[in-house]
Design a protein around this ligand. Sequence first.
Ligand SMILES: [Zn+2]
Length: 336
Amino acid sequence: MNCCSELFLLEELHGNNVRNGGSATMQANKVMIEDPWLHETALPSCLEGVTREDVEIVLLGTGSSQPSKYRNVSSIFVNLFSKGSILLDCGEGTLGQLKRRFGIEGADEAVKDLRCIWISHIHADHHTGLARILALRRDLLNETPHEPLIVVGPRQLKRFLDAYQKLEDLDMQFLDCRHTTEASLKTFESNEDKDVSESACVPSDQKNGSTLFAKGSRMESYWKRPGSPVDSAAVFPLLKTLKEILRDAGLEALISFPVIHCPQAYGAVLKAADRTNSTGKKIPGWKIVYSGDTRPCPELVEASRGATVLIHEATFEDGMVEEVFIYLSSLALLLI
Ligand SMILES: [Zn+2]
């Protein structure tokens, strides 16, 4: 995957251009001309009062599945500083990238402070660094009271983690992405005080996830029901726990939405909670949208409305049109 130009923008706004050198600055300047709201020479209202110590997006990996000398495979570290952090995807070598960014001790602290990990889909370049991170966290917190880390991911990831945990405990709890779609979360909220079952977490109109996967559609076969039933009794308390974790981190929601890539592929919306400034004015929370791997699709367009930052994969270069259809990814040219 690759990042879109808005990311440079946030770094520039925070005075923390993590990419040293003129090219990044030129890129940021170019975006400042192109981006409509910057014509108003004002920050979006959601960034009022946001400082360098509030939020940082660290691109630990933006490469595709093929090894690359300069770009690791996918992982994005959303650093909320004193409020912890969240990993969006966790490809192989993510821990090494954390050490390069924060140093060895800093990486340990980053791993200890993780609030949750979200995985977009089952391709190896998005999750094979996960077990290493979870095992390190388990060891680092060995003598500290703590809860298992929530890992939100596609259902196939649970099978992988279940198999792995026959070798060693990873001190984690799994939550299926399909239980964190907007519709599922709304149903959860409306049933929060009631006796619940899995049906309370998956609304009837979302049983197959989305219209994207409706009966007869090209993507229908990409939304298969789990081979083994999800432990429905465990879903509701986990959603509750996740909600509390997010609230403590100053976040309103972590929402998954289906995208067009492989079976059970998702993008994510991470939304900060609204705040009030010193005059009592309500400040809306910022919104980070991450596409995961995907072809352009309406679900992503919808999720991206009002985004402060959109991080969109763009695996293939101009002229590689056939590849984007074969691998169900995006063309960089179309995103600029
Ligand atoms: Zn992929």
